[in-house]
Design a protein. Sequence first.
Length: 317
Amino acid sequence: MPRLVSNSLSKRLLLTTLASVLVTTLLLTAMVEWLVLQHNRSLLLEHQKSYTNLVARRIDHGLEVRTRTLKGLAGLLNDGEQLLPLDAMQAVLDSRLQLHEHFNNGLLVLSKEGVLSVDSPVLKGRVGIDLRDREHYRHVLRTQQPYISKPLIGRGVNSPVFLISVPILNRRNQLLGMTLGSTRLAEDNLLTDISLQTIGDEGELWVLDLESDLVVTSSKREYVMGHISQLGFNTLPNRLKQKEWQGQVTNGGGKSLLYTATPLQQTGWVVVHTFPAAMVLEPVKALLLQVVMAVTAMLFVVALLAYWLIKRQLRDL
């Protein structure tokens, strides 16, 4: 009878010890995984945020350079008193090869009355278009200062563009007209080129105009000029408006995404980089497996030692 009691007690103690070891293993594994993932998530967000900041700085610099170059071009389109003849302005625009590389939809001259008078390259039907109702024309007419337009549908090409408009002034600072640099947003351009060169093809790139609820451009070209509210990003627009420049959101398909964002100084648009939250786990999968195996092995040794001690303590009962 004492032997049966001893065996029964030994089994109960052994089962209790093994159960405790199992529970401890699971809890430790879950805690280690959570701590590692949280740490890696923070590191990944900070790493990607530094890239997004760099993209924004490079885009701002690129827009500043293009505006400054257009100012120089404006000085070549007048003789100090009035605009050059149309054929002379055409020759000047056609000779600006570097500027054509900067503006994939061409260079244009807009008269003081708001009518396109010269374009390069020449596109059928573009000269003669009336732009008096456009905000970029009205702004330059009112302020005589350069202006970067919001994304809009170009009337000459019927596709999404944005324009940099610069006044053409005579020596008495009287407005003679405007020179425009036009960029098609659905094609490779300054905004996407710089971003993809810096960030690469991991995740998705977005340049968003929060004020107008518009996608200025994106690595997913089919969304250009679409409404941000229709992208299925749930809380992302509100977070960006509240200046939360990094975090985690869910898209319309229920997929968890991490994002980093930086506003552009030149336009107020926001550069956003989104990428799958699963990227957090990728670099640490092997590490987590090693940690789990090490913890399991250590606790298995502890279980064997506990079993031996229990048997030893109870062998005389």
